[in-house]
Design a binder for this molecule. Structure first.
Ligand SMILES: NC(=O)c1ccc[n+]([C@@H]2O[C@H](COP(=O)([O-])OP(=O)(O)OC[C@H]3O[C@@H](n4cnc5c(N)ncnc54)[C@H](OP(=O)(O)O)[C@@H]3O)[C@@H](O)[C@H]2O)c1
Length: 367
């Protein structure tokens, strides 16, 4: 392939990726997909998947391109589908529209697709090139890929803490460790995840709403880890958007009260310490179509995720001061040697109106 064609492919794939991101927070559990159709006269059609159940990016771009699709190249960040879901499959539409070449980012690992889309296009005489900006294409759909490939959501651990790592004072006070600009950033983070998780300790102490406020966005689902179903009846999280995980067979009357509030109640077997095994919770969330999870704490729940190394990214907002002895990030998580420390690869370190915002990824993930 010539250098010029390679550069053109990358340029148009970047356009497709930028279109795809417009679906952030709106298409899950589907992947984010963008599409650009390019003929001799330039771009003749474009589209993106904008809402779950809505038309696919390819269908929108083909509709816009009309007759200009004949002989053109279709750029798309994910392999086109071949199965009936909420909408008809894209592959027959692409073939019928007369597209000559499909330039794609990555294979769709969904077992209903998984290479079959490419195969069908090739069999119909359409030229297929894949792997264009493959890494970037994986990155924007890391939640979807995680759910399909690892059977668990992409997990981001989020905390607000003092410089010495306290998420709360010993008294329990944690409001507000960070400034309003940091909190707005945290709301943007909520909007980009499918679900937010806290433990019952946080619900009992803070009675949080766990909604998206002060910024535009939609409310993610709420997940509460509550082994003994202690969540008080008047808690603000209790509605049909909330999932409560508790221990099998414990306190049926409390469980029924929570179900009566509209919550989806799940029962799991406990681990050796009587807590909920986070790996099983993640598996259950993935089975319910949760692609990405923001774990907002508190300290004990974060500790469980750190201990199990079951996370992909961290987003920590530091207040510019020391708070002394308190409830630190990862309470209940102890090591004998630094060699066992849970490593982070720093992504960015930014100042937010005097706070420090640190983001990073689990060092066990490939670069
Ligand atoms: N600064 C921040 O970013 C931030 C964020 C959230 C909370 N907070 C603060 O944190 C404090 C609450 O701390 P916390 O540690 O009690 O809250 P938490 O981590 O939200 O809740 C802990 C409880 O969750 C239950 N749980 C179930 N499965 C678990 C598992 N696998 N691992 C850990 N816990 C599990 C346990 O309930 P049982 O006791 O019933 O077994 C446990 O006691 C409050 O003061 C709150 O203000 C601060």
């Amino acid at each position: 392939m010539s250098k010029i064609l390679k550069e053109m492919d990358k340029r148009h794939m970047r356009m497709a990726l930028s279109l795809a991101t417009r679906g952030t927070g709106k298409v899950s559990p589907n992947p984010m997909v963008g599409c650009v159709i390019v003929g001799p006269e330039g771009v003749s059609g474009w589209g993106y998947h904008s809402e779950f159940g809505g038309p696919h990016a390819e269908a929108r771009a083909l509709e816009m391109a009309g007759e200009n699709a004949v002989g053109a190249t279709l750029y798309v960040n994910l392999e086109p589908c071949l199965h009936f879901g909420k909408t008809p499959p894209c592959v027959p539409r692409i073939i019928n529209a007369g597209i000559a070449r499909v330039a794609a980012g990555i294979i769709d690992p969904d077992p209903r697709v998984n290479g079959r889309g490419f195969e069908a296009l090739r069999s119909a005489g359409v030229q297929v090139s894949d792997g264009i900006l493959g890494e970037e294409c994986r990155k924007i759909n890391r939640g979807f890929l995680s759910r399909i490939e690892r059977k668990r959501p992409w997990v981001t651990l989020k905390a607000a803490a003092s410089l010495d790592g306290d998420m709360a004072l010993c008294s329990g006070q944690s409001k507000w460790l960070t400034n309003s600009m940091s909190r707005n950033r945290a709301h943007i983070l909520r909007d980009s995840h499918d679900a937010i998780m806290v433990g019952v300790g946080t619900v009992m102490h803070d009675d949080p709403r766990l909604t998206v406020r002060n910024v535009t966005g939609r409310d993610p689902r709420v997940v509460v880890l509550d082994p003994a179903f202690r969540t008080p009846a008047g808690s603000r999280v209790l509605n049909s958007n909330c999932m409560i995980y508790g221990l099998s067979g414990s306190f049926p009357e409390r469980k029924n009260m929570l179900a009566g509030k509209g919550c989806l109640v799940h029962e799991l077997d406990g681990d050796v310490s009587g807590l909920l095994p986070v790996s099983c919770v993640l598996e259950s969330l993935a089975a319910q179509g949760v692609n990405s999870l923001l774990v907002e704490g508190g300290p004990k729940v974060l500790g469980s995720f750190l201990k199990e190394r079951l996370f992909d990214a961290v987003s920590i907002f530091f207040f510019p001061g020391f708070a002394g002895e308190g409830k630190t990030i990862g309470s209940g998580f102890r090591l004998e040697s630094l060699a066992e420390a849970v490593g982070i690869r720093f992504g960015s370190v930014r100042s937010v109106d005097g706070d420090l915002w640190v983001e990073g990824t689990n060092i066990c993930l490939p670069d």
